[in-house]
Design a protein around this ligand. Structure first.
Ligand code: GLN
Length: 552
């Protein structure tokens, strides 16, 4: 966290700052007059690049080339992408943007932003395997709504990132195709299931990335890879085109190297969608305009902010280094004026069993569509030919699905079966209600709730691969938030073992539809965290690490 020596000072009026930031994001014209006037270093890669593009300091083609170059350079060590678009297709899109800028035509707010998309999110011109063999040959005939919106705003969606099969896992080792490495230490996992997206943003192979979060799959890998991860409120972002795992928990989320970038990304993909009946009609705020440039800071910028630290998340079973990083972040919040108190959520530990019963139950239903029958041009899935229907089903699923996925389907089928439904599924739903109510009570008394993002830092590849329960236990910090449908933001807040160690993430949970926790980001917290993230070594660097070969 920031040391007290870095305590910010108010230099100018925040109101003016908000206007500038809003203009920056809303700007659709190439006229340099609308680019940000602030001389502060921008913590946002998106806004920095936009400014450079519109003022012709760089071109979309140069930007795309540099990201493609970095991606290729690091990919042999990282394996974060399952698919990358051919250079000529990427460069053609960039060239079109450059021509528009040259002709003073409008370009979207994400013009030239290079985006990686988790491979369980459908993309029209690319594979969408969900990390599974059964979808190896699937080329969706459509874009997921979130992807469509990104493209409409000028983003260049140029690759699909690795994941645990169907999003089931916490390390990305469960991909049917490859194991992704953590850019901070190549012998460690990047977390999961969106490990490819987190590693790619961490190593700056792409500017921002989309992931999905059913029980923590954006937040835990963000924490393991030292980047910002945002899980929106359930229903904030359309799930149309997201390969279903557990539909009542699934959300598409955002990765970026700053809070501002995840906010801008969220802004672009949010909103009601007629293709997803569970998407919300709630108004989408202009998150980007909530960020205040670094110059506009007060001595106690967080005065009055009520922060509740979840008591159950800083005790036994949580690595001491994680606890101390999060505790020092909390002390810093106090220095900035927050009122910090402990809140107890006695039902917290029930989240894990309830989550695994509900997620498995829903997945057993959702994944029944991969039966080997719906294959071919507009269909999906692979088929193993059988003499009769039963063996076609059985052999296609036996060969196409991995062992973790099969286990979840079996677990879910068991929990939903007539004799056990009341004992498992129904009870898990009851626990879910208790958890949801306890979070609501805690958020009535507090503006945000705080916990570590994970009980440990990234562990070694293979360490927990054959110990499912240990791996499931690592989701303890995140699953409750999905059960309650709430938004949560994960930010890097330190390293274990000092700066040579692995990143530690802090989780901030907000009230429903308060994605960037307005009170936090709006006048107070955003600038400070932006400053924090600018000065923070959020990017793995080769020099201090033997196996890590990432320089900027
Ligand atoms: N690790 C959790 C699971 O395996 C969460 C996954 C996710 O959020 N997609 O279910």
């Amino acid at each position: 966290m920031l040391s007290s020596a870095q305590t910010p000072r108010l230099l100018r009026s925040p109101a003016a700052a908000t206007t500038t930031a809003a203009l920056t994001f809303k700007c659709l014209h190439t006229s340099p007059i609308l680019t940000p006037a602030s001389t502060s270093p921008s913590p946002s890669q998106i806004l920095t690049n936009r400014k450079a593009l519109l003022s012709r300091q760089t071109s979309a083609v140069d930007l795309a080339k540099s990201f493609l170059h970095r991606l290729r350079r690091h990919e042999p060590q990282l394996s974060s992408f399952l698919y990358v678009s051919p250079d000529d297709i990427v460069l053609k899109q960039a060239e079109e943007l450059d021509n528009r800028i040259k002709n003073n035509e409008e370009v979207g707010p994400l013009a030239g932003v290079l985006v990686g998309v988790k491979d369980n999110i459908c993309t029209r011109d690319m594979p969408s395997t969900a990390g599974s063999r059964i979808l190896e040959n699937y080329r969706p005939p459509f874009d997921a709504t979130a992807v469509r919106k990104l493209r409409e705003m000028g983003a260049i969606v140029f690759g699909k990132t690795n994941l645990d099969e169907f999003g089931m896992g916490s390390t990305t080792e469960g991909s049917a195709y490859q194991v992704t490495a953590n850019p901070w230490d190549l012998s460690r996992v990047p977390g999961g299931s969106s490990g490819g997206s987190a590693a790619a943003v961490s190593a700056r192979q792409c500017m921002v990335a989309l992931g999905s979060d059913t029980g923590g799959s954006v937040r835990q890998p963000a924490s393991f890879c030292g980047v910002v991860g945002l899980k929106p409120t359930y229903g904030r972002v359309s799930r149309y085109g997201l390969v279903a795992y557990a539909s009542s928990l699934d959300v598409i989320g955002c990765f970026g190297s700053s809070v501002a970038d995840t906010g801008i990304l969220l802004n672009s993909i949010s909103g009601f969608d007629k293709f997803d009946a569970t998407s919300s009609k709630q108004e989408v705020p202009d998150y980007a305009s909530q960020f205040v440039p670094l110059d506009y800071l007060e001595p106690k910028p967080l005065k009055g902010l009520r922060v509740g630290v979840i008591h159950e998340t800083l005790g036994n079973g949580v690595d001491s280094e994680v606890v101390s990083s999060v505790r020092s972040a909390i002390s810093h919040l106090e220095e900035l004026g927050c009122t910090v108190s402990e809140v107890s959520l006695p039902s917290f530990s029930l989240g894990l069993p309830a989550y695994y019963i509900l997620a498995s139950s829903e997945s057993s239903s959702n994944l029944s569509r991969y039966d080997g029958v719906r294959v071919g041009m507009e269909g999906y899935g692979n088929q193993v030919f059988g003499e009769e229907l039963k063996s076609l089903y059985g052999d296609s699923r036996a060969e196409g699905l991995g062992s973790e996925v099969k286990m979840r389907i079996l677990m879910g089928t068991y929990a939903l079966s007539a004799g056990y439904y009341d004992a498992y599924y129904k009870r898990a739903q009851q626990v879910r209600t208790i958890i949801r109510n306890s979070f609501k009570d805690a958020l009535d008394k507090n503006d945000i709730l705080i916990s570590p993002a994970a009980p440990s830092v990234a562990y070694k590849i293979g360490e927990k691969k054959n110990d499912q329960l240990a791996m499931y236990a690592g989701d303890i910090m995140t699953v409750n938030v999905n059960l309650a449908g709430l938004p949560a933001l994960v930010l890097p807040c330190g390293f274990d073992g000092g700066s040579a160690g692995m990143p530690v993430g802090i989780q901030m949970i907000g009230a429903a539809f308060d994605e960037l926790m307005n009170k936090l980001v709006n006048e107070w917290f955003g600038p400070d965290f932006q400053k924090f993230l600018v000065s923070y070594p959020t990017q793995p660097s080769l020099s201090s690490r033997e196996n890590c070969k990432f320089s900027s």
